[in-house]
Design a protein around this ligand. Structure first.
Ligand code: ADP
Ligand code: MG
Length: 447
């Protein structure tokens, strides 16, 4: 890649200048987004720094498809630090090529970040930028189709691109197990161990399937230790946290918890729309926002299904020669027009503001409505606040429950339907709510 950069630079400047300043410029390393170059001497270094740093950065960013910082070193500086990258390129015999098994489609660039996966995404980025040195192991868990495999492979693809000399291996727990059985049967354990204990980054998908597989657990335990002790990165995914994986030996369970555990939740409405929009663009499907909103209303959790719906829709439209519109979506999912498009959460109306307003009106404190007190006035204020968070703020039931320190979101559902009923029978309360609604809507239009 650096050769390519040089070629690009060559096109930009006079041949004589290129010869003088760039000819002997060598790559030392590319790690953590910093490209280190080695200049012949101090004069070259200082001249380049003064005149060419922006150009080098710009071209490097284009070639590496990522912002990179550029540092120019002197020969003596370049030699002294440990530079495994350089050594591998030069002296040592080339490592045997190991198949990474990565799908190039799964990148950070293609991953839509929302509140449901923000934490896991940040953790994955940290690991990718500093393999073996930030969180080890990284354990990502969450339900089916929520992006675990995507994030894990994004780590692998990123490292392969930015640190080409590092070996990355992605393997599903099932393949790991099958390879192990094969190796045991054919007397190839030496090769098996050589493969898995010498990688720089090991990505093991769906580790929950190791449950009940005693021999695999033993082997993986030793693989884990060898890699961990050598400072190599391990990333694991699972559909549940380590403590909930049955028949997992304690020593493995505790190792899974040594690093960082990050969960992925089902995407909220906004994130579902963003994912659909991204997918539609990628597939060159021209769809209206209302269509995307309707799909996001129907499919709530599985992102694979969300993407699948869009593809099916495209196929159905072209087969039947119809436009991609709400009617087509309704036909495809056999739902009638009584299913209404969901509205996005009013993130411009924080639940805290709703609480504040309601508390003032009902003359209670925020602590009281967040508590579990059942006093009549407090309980009523709490229920009204929940109702407004749902009806005006469009917050999801679980989100509202969390905002009121409730574990169970059915409490919120109950509160909402109770207030709905009360509004019919209690004119005084209805008036109060009308007034509150008006003020909340004013807050929204103010922002
Ligand atoms: P899991 O491994 O958790 O079952 P996957 O990683 O296989 O889920 O994701 C299912 C599909 O959804 C994949 O095609 C993936 O690219 C896509 N996907 C998941 N999360 C996102 C996201 N945040 N942004 C874009 N695409 C996503
Ligand atoms: Mg998966």
């Amino acid at each position: 890649l650096w050769e390519k950069c040089l070629n690009e630079i060559k096109k930009e400047i006079k041949p004589q200048l290129f010869k003088t300043w760039f000819q002997d410029l060598k790559v030392v390393s590319l790690e953590s987004n910093t490209l280190k170059l080695k200049a012949k001497d101090r004069i070259v270094k200082e001249y380049l720094e003064k005149h060419y740093l922006p150009l080098i950065k710009e071209i490097a960013a284009k070639e590496f498809r990522k912002y990179v910082d550029v540092e120019i070193l002197l020969p003596e500086e370049a030699h002294k630090p440990l530079q495994p990258e350089l050594n591998l390129f030069k002296g040592l015999p080339k490592k045997k090529e190991i198949e990474s098994n990565l799908n190039p489609r799964y990148t950070f660039e293609n991953f839509v970040v929302g509140s449901s996966n923000q934490f896991a995404h940040a953790a994955a980025m940290a690991v990718a930028e500093n393999p073996g040195r930030s969180y080890n192991p990284l354990f990502i868990y969450g339900g089916v189709g929520l992006g675990k495999t995507h994030l894990m492979q994004a780590i692998g693809n990123f490292i392969k691109r930015m640190m080409p000399s590092k070996t990355v291996v992605y393997v599903t727990t099932e393949s790991f197990m099958n390879e192990l059985i094969d190796a045991l049967r054919n007397d190839r354990m030496v090769q098996f161990r050589e493969k898995y204990r010498t990688v720089d980054v090991l990505l093991v998908d769906d580790i929950q399937f190791i449950s009940g597989k005693d021999r695999t657990q033993i082997e993986f335990f030793h693989t884990f230790n060898a890699l961990y002790d050598a400072g190599k990165q391990i990333v694991l995914t699972s559909d549940r946290p380590p403590k909930d994986i049955p028949t997992l030996t304690d020593r493995l369970r505790s190792r899974f918890e040594w690093g960082l555990i990050a969960d992925i939740q089902p995407p909220d409405f906004e994130t579902r729309i963003a994912i659909l929009r991204r997918k539609a663009e990628a597939e060159g499907i021209d769809v209206d926002d209302n269509v995307l909103k309707l799909i996001a209303t129907i499919i709530k959790s599985n992102i694979r299904q969300l993407e699948g719906a869009l593809i099916k829709l495209k196929a159905k439209a072209s087969l039947e020669g119809r436009p991609i519109d709400e009617e087509l979506v309704r036909d495809m999912f056999s739902i009638d027009s009584s299913v209404k498009v969901e509205n996005p959460t009013r993130s411009d109306l924080p639940i805290d503001e709703i609480k504040e307003l309601v508390c003032k009106k009902f003359d209670v404190t925020i602590e009281q409505i967040e508590s579990s007190s059942r006093k009549k006035q407090i309980a009523l204020a709490r229920q009204v606040a929940m109702y407004l968070a749902r009806k005006v703020g469009n917050y999801s039931f679980p989100k509202i429950a969390a905002a009121f320190n409730r574990n169970d979101h059915t409490t919120v559902m109950h509160a909402v339907s109770k207030i709905e009923d009360l509004r019919e029978t209690n004119q005084e309360l209805n008036q109060i709510i009308l007034e509150l609604e008006e003020r909340l809507n004013a807050i929204i239009s103010r922002t």
